[in-house]
Design a protein around this ligand. Structure first.
Ligand SMILES: [Fe+2]
Ligand SMILES: [Fe+2]
Length: 146
């Protein structure tokens, strides 16, 4: 197994959660929306941390310059910021709008990774490294690979 396969598998599982949130958000109370945001945050932040720690250091030299310049927030930071705002507001309508915006940003970000970042990784990073990163991923996620 290589690291991009591990991360794509996580995207697949997270997509099920995104679908669930979109189904539940229209009729959810402010309190329920807060809980849904907490769950999404727990899943997304752990996924982003793994990518930031395992994948980003390897792939950074091959990435084009960030469109907003070197100090611009990353997609992960933008999504974390949206989640923070969702949790900070107590207004139900604002929470719903922010939660659904977070879901939409996450989908956009996954597509970018799956169509650009992951293929770049598979092209540029030595296969041995890609396999070693998948082993480290399995260790952190408590998944048996063999
Ligand atoms: Fe990501
Ligand atoms: Fe990802």
């Amino acid at each position: 197994m290589i690291i991009t396969q591990s991360l794509q598998g996580e995207h697949g599982a997270i997509n099920a959660l995104l679908n669930f949130l979109e189904q539940r958000a229209p009729d959810a109370s402010a309190e329920q929306l807060g809980l849904l945001a907490d769950v999404l945050g727990a899943v997304l932040l752990s996924h982003a941390t793994i990518e930031d720690e395992l994948l980003v250091p390897e792939i950074r030299p091959f990435l084009p310059p960030a469109p907003g310049g070197p100090g611009a927030p990353t997609d992960h930071q933008i999504i974390a910021g949206l989640l923070r705002k969702t949790e900070e507001t107590s207004d139900g309508a604002a929470r719903r709008r922010l939660l659904l915006e977070t879901v939409a940003e996450t989908r956009k970000h996954f597509t970018k990774e799956e169509t650009k970042i992951f293929p770049l990784t598979e092209r540029e990073i030595p296969l041995e490294t890609q396999r070693a990163l998948a082993k480290e991923w399995a260790l952190r996620r408590a998944v048996c690979l063999e």
